[in-house]
Design a binder for this molecule. Structure first.
Ligand SMILES: O=C(O)CC[C@@H](O)C(=O)O
Ligand SMILES: [Zn+2]
Length: 474
């Protein structure tokens, strides 16, 4: 190990090889305190060549490497289990924006918010977005195939990537950095690396799709009797507004109460109480678009049809933002309300309301006082089926029940043809669950891919389908 560290120090400079415990510490922390990493050092390469050098040196020394971006992941995918952390933070440049081709070529360490701002400065939109955008880095978003709040109209990270540059486990660089909309010259290799959580290669740069900026955007918040009504509303809006419907998020009354209690400045959007709340966004880049009128007409029709109980429509950008804030503050508010057991699941859209009532009833029966907080990307069929600890119960007592609730919730998801890892990935947290619910042939293919691309298990070992014991119960 010491020889390896000397070689890395010589190549990167002492300032970019962190070995002091206090310098390494931030890279070991995991935001939900579910895991604590272990690593001997953190390498901070400043170029693709330096990333390749680090990986090659580690491969030769048989030392594992875990790539880290903003370290904002939710499943422990970036938690090192020995070896070296490779931070992409210094590689944070937007290399080029092509306004005609509507593409951005970026380094993996660019912060998502900076990329959104750079696209905006060029008069365009980079639509990938989630609450951690101020610190999350695009390489992590690509490595986890991140979803977020605009998937309904723009897709997941996977749909936004045209080309990739990837450092392989042996230190070679695959140059797939192409800006083509059409390229059927063989297998689509970039898709292998997207969502592989750093287990098959380390993304160092990407060509990303940009879109016209919406000229008109309107956000509304609707109160409904139930998730069934939310589904009916979604279907109506999709019919009426077609591609202008850019987000359809749902939160439960308990979730809204948590947000109002724990978010400074948050104001109750509707006077009465409702069984479910939907945040709706309409946006259009058409010069003649008037999404406010479109929203008002669509909501008026659904109010009249008895689908919506009440609704408020943002009348300014500030009001639109305030409504979004209610939704985006949800995870933080839940964190402040104590420990949570999270399930990031998806089911076919038509069975989402039935899933919610079945899983809620099962969890409430399994632990009196448990508080179900199921919210999220309803329009994508993706719900964060989160459970808040009963008031007064100790954090560790509650978290010890994780395995039992996984079984309850994931069995229902699986029986309904859903996914137990919809948008946050597998990491450490869902490894045992993937083993349990994954199709055996599919799992075999995944392992073969891992072995083919990383035969010595250098890249992010123990994650997704890697070797090593999965954490039982989580
Ligand atoms: O905290 C969660 O469970 C979800 C976080 C994030 O994916 C969101 O949709 O807000
Ligand atoms: Zn989410």
């Amino acid at each position: 190990m010491d020889g390896l560290l000397d070689a890395l120090r010589a190549r990167l400079g002492a300032a970019h090889l962190l070995t002091a415990p206090e310098d390494v510490e931030p890279y070991l922390a995991e935001q939900r305190r579910l895991y604590r990493g272990e690593a001997r050092a953190v390498a901070r390469p400043g170029s693709t060549e330096e990333v390749a050098f680090v990986v090659r040196a580690c491969a030769e020394a048989g030392v594992p490497v875990v790539a880290q971006g903003g370290n904002t992941g939710l499943v422990g995918g970036g938690v090192p289990r020995g070896g070296l952390v490779l931070s992409l933070a210094r590689m944070n440049g937007v290399r080029a924006i092509d306004p005609v081709g509507a593409t951005a070529t970026v380094e993996a360490g660019v912060i998502l918010q900076d990329l959104q701002d750079a696209a905006e400065a060029a008069g365009l939109l980079f639509p990938l977005s989630y609450a951690s955008r101020g610190s999350a880095r695009i390489g992590g978003g690509i490595a986890t195939n991140a979803g977020g709040v605009q998937v309904l109209s723009y897709g997941n990270a996977r749909d936004l990537v045209l080309g990739l540059e990837v450092v392989l486990a042996d230190g070679r660089v695959w140059n797939g950095l192409r800006a083509l909309r059409k390229d059927n010259a063989g297998y689509d290799l970039k898709q292998l690396f997207i969502g592989s959580e750093g287990t098959l290669g380390i993304v160092t740069a990407a060509v990303l799709r940009l879109f016209p900026r919406p000229r008109s955007t309107t956000v509304a918040f609707a109160g409904l009797a139930s998730p069934e009504r939310a589904l009916a509303l979604f279907a109506r809006l999709r019919d009426a507004c077609d591609r202008d419907l850019t987000a359809f998020e749902v939160m439960p009354p308990f979730g809204l109460d948590l947000v109002l209690a724990h978010t400074p400045g948050a104001v109750r959007p509707l006077a009465g109480a409702h069984g479910a709340y939907a945040l709706i966004e309409l946006a259009s880049a058409r010069p003649d678009a008037d999404t406010r009128a479109e929203m008002e007409a669509a909501l008026a029709a659904t109010l009249e049809a008895g689908i919506v109980e009440d609704a408020t429509v943002g009348a300014s950008e500030a009001q639109n933002r305030a409504l979004w804030r209610l939704r985006e503050a949800m995870p933080e508010a839940q964190k402040r309300a104590g420990a949570s057991i999270k399930h990031d699941v998806s089911v076919p859209l038509s069975s989402l309301p039935a899933f919610l009532s079945e899983a809620t009833a099962a969890c409430e029966a399994a632990m009196p006082g448990i508080r179900v907080c199921a919210f999220g990307h309803f329009g994508d069929g993706n719900i964060h089926f989160n459970l808040s600890q009963p008031p007064g119960m100790a954090r560790e007592t509650f978290l010890a029940e994780w395995g039992r609730f996984n079984r309850i919730v994931h069995d229902i998801v699986h029986a309904r043809g859903g996914s137990i890892a919809a948008e946050h990935g597998v990491g450490l947290l869902k490894r045992a669950e993937l083993e349990r619910y994954g199709d055996p042939v599919g799992l075999d293919l995944m392992r073969r891919l891992k072995t083919a691309l990383d035969p010595d298990g250098i890249l992010n070992p123990g994650k997704v389908v890697g070797e090593g014991a999965a954490d039982p119960g989580r």
